[in-house]
Design a protein around this ligand. Structure first.
Ligand SMILES: [Zn+2]
Length: 256
């Protein structure tokens, strides 16, 4: 049988992480048990000030597989609530800007017909399975997918309403999308300002140089405005040992 680099890399890395072995956390993706999590994310004044969920510097990364807190929460939701990894559960999925661990899991899952895409940017390389796709004009026909995952993408797109409509369009009736964004529950209304265009100004205003807004408590209404039925999942207390941010809320959007 052909060796994969992971066959050597993962066991060696596991041994090198001996200082982090422990019982406090358990990664549901790779199974690593640890006493702590690795620091990840980027710090920004506005992220701290506005208490933006799903962003900022935090101890949230698995030492072994490098999954982040929010990726693990999505994985757990897909497994426990959508039964997505059951072999009989045939699903067609669109995964935009794929999180690396979910990407590998989906590729291996025989019950999943998997399409993944990203808007290709010069200077970046992409795995061969990833297609160049623009969320404002998806190439698929109406009603193609059972599930769309598109996390931490909408905050980059000036016309996010158009992108939401496209996601709704390519979903089958009864299908759902998980659409996570950086969000501040302290903001009643989403903060955006089209006159803020330079990377420096955007970083100062929105927390990252390529973000165009900070979503607020009206995010659900924004999703509902294109036709989604939005359900908030925040029953995350039971997932604490998986190193999830207990404040994180999943936005599960169903096409009626
Ligand atoms: Zn892990």
């Amino acid at each position: 049988m052909k060796m994969h680099w992971n066959d050597i890399y993962v066991p060696v890395r596991y041994l090198l992480l001996i200082n982090h072995w422990g019982f406090k956390y358990h990664c549901p993706i790779c199974g690593f048990h640890s006493s702590d999590l690795k620091e990840c994310g980027e710090s920004s004044e506005v992220i701290t000030k506005m208490h933006i969920l799903g962003a900022g510097i935090r101890k949230g990364m698995c030492w072994l597989c490098r999954s982040r807190d929010r990726e693990r929460l999505i994985y757990l939701y897909l497994k426990d609530y959508l039964n997505l990894f059951q072999p009989h559960n045939k699903k067609k999925i669109l995964h935009m800007a794929p999180e690396p661990n979910l990407f590998r899991i989906f590729l291996k899952s025989k019950n999943i017909e998997y399409v993944c895409g990203d808007l290709f940017t010069e200077g970046y390389s992409y795995p061969k399975e990833v297609q160049n796709m623009n969320l404002l004009s998806l190439p698929q026909s109406d009603g193609t997918f059972d599930l769309v995952l598109c996390n931490h993408v909408l905050e980059h797109i000036p016309d996010d309403i158009k992108a939401m409509s496209e996601i709704l369009r390519v979903l089958k009736s009864g299908g759902c999308a998980i659409l996570q964004v950086p969000i501040s529950m302290e903001l009643e209304k989403t903060y955006e300002d089209a006159s803020i265009t330079s990377p420096e100004e955007r970083e100062k205003a929105f927390g990252q140089k390529d973000h165009v807004r900070i979503y607020g408590r009206d995010y659900s209404a924004r999703l509902a405005s294109v036709g989604f039925q939005v359900q908030l999942f925040h029953d995350t207390e039971k997932y604490r040992r998986y190193g999830i941010n207990p404040e994180e809320i999943l936005f599960v959007c169903t096409k009626p």
